[in-house]
Design a protein around this ligand. Structure first.
Ligand SMILES: Cc1cc2nc3c(=O)[nH]c(=O)nc-3n(C[C@H](O)[C@H](O)[C@H](O)COP(=O)(O)O)c2cc1C
Length: 179
């Protein structure tokens, strides 16, 4: 696939086959994330790979609950990746304060998408999850109190067809030379 095809091909996968994922493919996705840009090259991320079946199912449970129809597919994915915010470096932290931003969140979002695009190129499906029980997740993975898991990515071989993308029309999202 060339880049434009890859971008169209990547979608949030919410049905997975049980097939195991080759460890080198997971590392290739991590490598793509590692090469992502970040404010002041802060690289404020740590990727926890959860490939132990029982632990992974416990992580999946933190993403769903009985009362909300969200994330009930996650236990199908054989691997979960948790991205922990390690905090910005000195210069990016200074930038955060001066510009009232949280650059590490942008950085982690970009790294997550690098991961997902590489996964798609490997024939793997992903879904980025921002909805999970942070307290339970931290406890399960022994994440220190002062660090936040920002995103979970489910990973596995897709068991669904390519969907048509639902997106705002281009005229609605661009303007030239003024707002
Ligand atoms: C920061 C972020 C958080 C997300 N959280 C969830 C989630 O908790 N559960 C879910 O099913 N999808 C989640 N998604 C996936 C979006 O719903 C999805 O990207 C969007 O609907 C566009 O569809 P596509 O990814 O298939 O192109 C999330 C995506 C992002 C970028």
């Amino acid at each position: 696939m060339n880049f434009s095809e890859l971008v169209k091909f990547r979608q949030s996968v919410r049905a997975y086959k049980h097939d195991k994922i080759e460890p080198e493919k997971i590392l290739k996705c991590i490598e793509a994330a590692r090469l992502a840009p970040s404010a002041c090259n802060s690289q404020p991320w740590r990727f926890i790979i959860i490939d132990k079946h029982e632990l992974k199912n416990k992580i999946a449970q933190t993403t769903a609950n009985r009362f909300i129809p969200l994330n009930h597919f996650t236990n199908q994915a054989p691997v979960h990746i948790v991205i922990v915010n390690e905090g910005s470096n000195f210069t990016a932290s200074l930038g955060n304060k001066i510009k009232n931003k949280k650059y590490s969140l942008y950085d982690i979002g970009i790294a997550a998408e690098h991961f997902c695009l590489q996964a798609a190129d490997e024939g793997l499906g992903t879904c980025i999850l921002g909805w999970f029980d942070e307290k339970k997740l931290k406890k399960l993975l022994k994440i220190p109190n002062n660090k936040r898991p920002e995103l979970i990515i489910t990973l596995g071989y897709p068991n669904e067809k390519l969907r048509k993308k639902k997106r705002k029309k281009i005229e609605k999202i661009i303007s030239y030379n003024e707002y």
